[in-house]
Design a protein. Sequence first.
Length: 220
Amino acid sequence: MIIIMMGAQGTGKGTVAGIISESTGIKQLSTGDVFRKNIKEQTPLGIEANKYIAKGELVPDDVTVPMVVGYLDSDMAKDGIILDGFPRTLEQAEKLDEILTERGKKVDLVINLTTPREEIIDRILTRRVCPNPSCKTTYNLKLNPPKVDGICDKCGTELVQREDDSSAEAINQRLEIYENKTAPLVEYYAKRGILRTEEVSSRINRMGKEVAEEIIKDLK
Ligand code: AMP
């Protein structure tokens, strides 16, 4: 099964994808996490990607698309995949369709998370992540704090704030790109009847965990 997670930064895409992945066994591919790992290790891919990520811009397709194809063709995707952070533009969505068609596959489900903008900004500023590449658990200082201040519940690593989460300029730039380039994909997938939109918001007391559990129930 091929699932795409959509939603602006801070809506909880990664959290929802992680819960679904854990329950179904379908692996989660977060393009942002892959880039961050490469930046940390200072690989050529990471050095190139960081030029864009640090400014809150999208990494160009000639870097991003081959990287995703590599994972789609790997053992990781043998039972399907949950794409978290890809596609982010219409061009990427079309490219993905082309790649999947060549392999006799298709996108089965697109989960679109929505959250009011004021809440999103607050959530991004209070987001903390576990930098351990095999853990990567995300916390929120207000909504989902770790048990011990600053320490990952799961692996004990010291939590960090993502560099692109600490600058209001980069956050606004990312939200603007989302509105202009990624939001049109909602229509693209809605037309195919594979879009499932879910609101995640403390305003309606509905968090990512509950949304993920409902989706898992429906997948079974
Ligand atoms: P995320 O962790 O999904 O918020 O991604 C962090 C950053 O990685 C984004 O702000 C982009 O700069 C870059 N990135 C992640 N996925 C993509 C993609 N599909 N296309 C282009 N850039 C991406």
